[in-house]
Design a binder for this molecule. Structure first.
Ligand SMILES: [Zn+2]
Length: 171
């Protein structure tokens, strides 16, 4: 795991602190995520530090390159969303709730990597299609769509003629 998203909070005064990160495809490669081909995202994290708690406000914005579920070509997926994570201190690492994470008292930093990965992949819609996701004005691969939209009989006929060609082969 890279150390790119490790947020060191020890030594910081109580109050708000801002952090900025960039997210590229390396993050998804670390998790062997094949659904994401590339990423060009920026992430701002506002840390509100107090004695008993860290409150992290994430804002993630940019584009993700994914595979179109209709034509199979690459497409851009626009992202612009916020997440909040509360971090409290306890005896051990523990995910108490979707937005509440407990870390041991003696920890001085928090690795945001798994959180960032989860936020982005969960934000990705189940179905991504050119022109159908928000703000996407790209078009599907025309050649692929022509094949997909061909009446079934025609496709079958083509398949049949291929079989015929095979039948005519003399072994
Ligand atoms: Zn498409």
């Amino acid at each position: 795991m890279s150390k790119k998203y490790v947020l060191k909070f020890s030594g910081l005064k109580n109050g708000i602190h801002e952090f900025e990160y960039t997210i590229d495809k390396k993050l998804f490669e670390e998790f062997d995520c094949e659904e994401v081909l590339g990423a060009n995202l920026s992430m701002k994290v506002n840390l509100d530090k107090s004695e008993k708690q860290l409150k992290l406000d994430f804002h993630i914005q940019g584009t993700l390159q994914v595979i179109c579920d209709r034509c199979g070509d690459e497409m851009d997926l626009n992202m612009n969303f916020n997440r909040v994570l509360y971090v409290e201190f306890g005896q051990q690492f523990e995910e108490q709730d979707v937005d509440l994470y407990v870390i041991p008292f003696n920890e001085s930093s928090l690795d945001l990597t798994p959180f960032v990965y989860e936020y982005v992949t969960l934000e990705k819609p189940m179905r991504c299609v050119h022109g159908e996701t928000e703000g996407n004005t790209q078009f599907c691969n025309k050649e692929v769509i022509e094949i997909l939209e061909k009446p079934i009989e025609e496709v079958e006929k083509e398949t049949d003629s291929r079989w015929d060609a095979l039948k005519n082969l003399k072994f």
